[in-house]
Design a protein around this ligand. Structure first.
Ligand code: ZN
Length: 467
């Protein structure tokens, strides 16, 4: 092992490699649950160095786990003592924004928020947004195909991707740094790496698509009398707002009452007695008429009894206060400690019944347990946070069996936006057919025949399947 570390140090220099206490002091999960157990953390500064590092690791059969901001929620960055971490933290350069093509070329280690801020300074928008924006990196966003709040309008991370550079397990550099929207020249190789969670290659750079910065933003928090009305409200707003709907965040009553209940730091924008609440937002091109259109659309919904109460943000402060309720996941996690969190997709008409059924089954098993539901309804994505008082593996597994069992019956998806990593690997078969999993393994074997890249994440490659 020391020989490998010496070889790697000769590539990245003494400052490019961490060992001992410097490794143990890092974390490989979020929230942190203890130190990183890897043999070493290698921090290359260029794509060329990543390539040389992988050549050494490939020759020695040395497993490598790639780290970005380590804000993933499914254990995709967890390392074993025999593994080496390849961190992209020193690869954080960003080229000037190309105003005409509306693109920016960045290193994989650039934090998401830096890209958002640079785009805004150029009067453009990088629309991917999520709570971990300050630490999460672009490379991590791509490798996990991150989602977040703007997906309803702009799509997920893979939809912001025009070009990509990645290094394969054997050190081969694949440069697909395309910067145009249309490129129909055979297989779309960059998309192979999006969502592959570090198992097919190491993403080193990307060309990102930017959008015009919206000139108006309108935000409302509304109360909904029932699920039928909720689904209809989404349809009504989507069509009445003419394609400018940019967020449609739903909170079940349990989420709202827990978040703004006793000891909360939030105000109470609406009474706590309604079954559902929605935080919705539109982003448009005309500051004058967009506000009128937004209010008219809400009035139309009110007249049709789809909503029963509403607050429209009158200032930036009020907007951020309303978002503060939706984003207060910390309070949820504290109240339901220890929490088991889920990130699932299913057809909108199935959601109400699904949530009721899961709640009923959990209550039967753990009468004092708690569950809250919320999520990006417009994308068919809901988050469940469940607290049953224990994080013992058997307990978590029993909770998972309920959540995923009911999901499988409705042909739902076990991970909408967080990925598979280690946490959901055992349940991949709930959302992917046996044939799909075989094809995934075939691709993995072709690109990483020795299974050195993030081994054991997403898929288990048996010895036989590797050959
Ligand atoms: Zn989410």
């Amino acid at each position: 092992m020391n020989a490998i570390i010496e070889s790697l140090e000769s590539i990245v220099g003494p400052g490019g490699i961490l060992t001992g206490e410097d490794v143990a002091g890092r974390s490989d999960t979020w929230p942190p649950t203890g130190g990183c157990r890897a043999t070493a953390i290698v921090r290359p500064g260029t794509t060329e160095e990543v390539s040389r590092v992988l050549k050494v690791c490939h020759a020695q059969n040395q497993p490598v786990v790639t780290h970005g901001g380590v804000t993933g929620l499914v254990g995709g960055a967890v390392t074993a003592p025999n593994e080496i971490v390849l961190s992209l933290e020193r690869m954080n350069r960003m080229e000037p924004i190309d105003q005409i093509n509306r693109t920016v070329t960045v290193d994989a280690g650039v934090p998401l928020q830096k890209v958002q801020e640079a785009a805004e300074q150029a009067n453009l928008l990088f629309p991917l947004d999520l709570g971990a924006r300050g630490s999460a990196t672009i490379g991590g966003n791509i490798s996990t195909n991150a989602g977040g709040n703007g997906v309803i309008r702009y799509g997920m991370m893979r939809d912001q991707l025009l070009g990509l550079e990645a290094v394969l397990a054997d050190g081969t550099i694949i440069s697909s740094m395309n910067n145009v929207i249309k490129n129909n020249t055979g297989y779309d190789l960059k998309q192979l790496f999006a969502g592959s969670e570090g198992t097919l290659g190491i993403i080193t750079r990307a060309v990102l698509r930017l959008r015009p910065l919206p000139r108006s933003q309108n935000t409302a928090f509304v109360a909904i009398p029932g699920f039928t009305e909720l689904a209809q409200f989404l349809q009504t707003m989507d069509s009445a707002l003419g394609g400018t709907l940019s967020a449609f965040e739903v909170m079940w009553n349990d989420f709202y009452t827990l978040t703004i209940g006793d000891g909360s730091r939030h105000g109470t924008p609406l009474e706590m007695s309604h079954p559902f609440y929605v935080l919705l937002e539109s982003a448009g091109g005309d500051a004058g008429s967009d506000g009128v259109r937004f209010e008219n659309a809400l009035q139309e919904a009110f007249d049709q009894s789809l909503i029963v109460d509403a607050v429209i943000a009158q200032s930036k402060q009020q907007r951020s206060d309303l978002w503060g309720i939706r984003d207060d996941v910390e309070r949820l996690f504290e109240s339901l400690y220890p929490p088991v969190a889920f990130d699932i997709s299913l057809s909108i008409p199935d959601m109400d019944d699904y949530v009721r059924q899961v709640r009923e089954l959990l209550e039967r098993e753990w009468p004092n347990g708690k569950m809250v539901a919320f999520g990006h309804l417009g994308d068919g994505n809901i988050h469940l946070v469940i607290g049953v008082g224990s994080m013992e593996p058997e307990t978590v597994h029993a909770v998972e069996n309920i959540v995923y069992g009911e999901l499988a019956r409705r042909k739902g998806i076990i991970s909408a936006e967080h990925g598979i990593g280690l946490a959901k690997k055992a349940f991949l078969g709930h959302s992917r057919s046996a044939e799909e999993i075989v094809l995934m393994k075939t691709i993995k074997s072709a690109m990483d025949p020795q299974n050195i890249l993030n081994p054991g994440k997403i898929l288990d490659m048996s010895q036989q399947e590797q050959t």
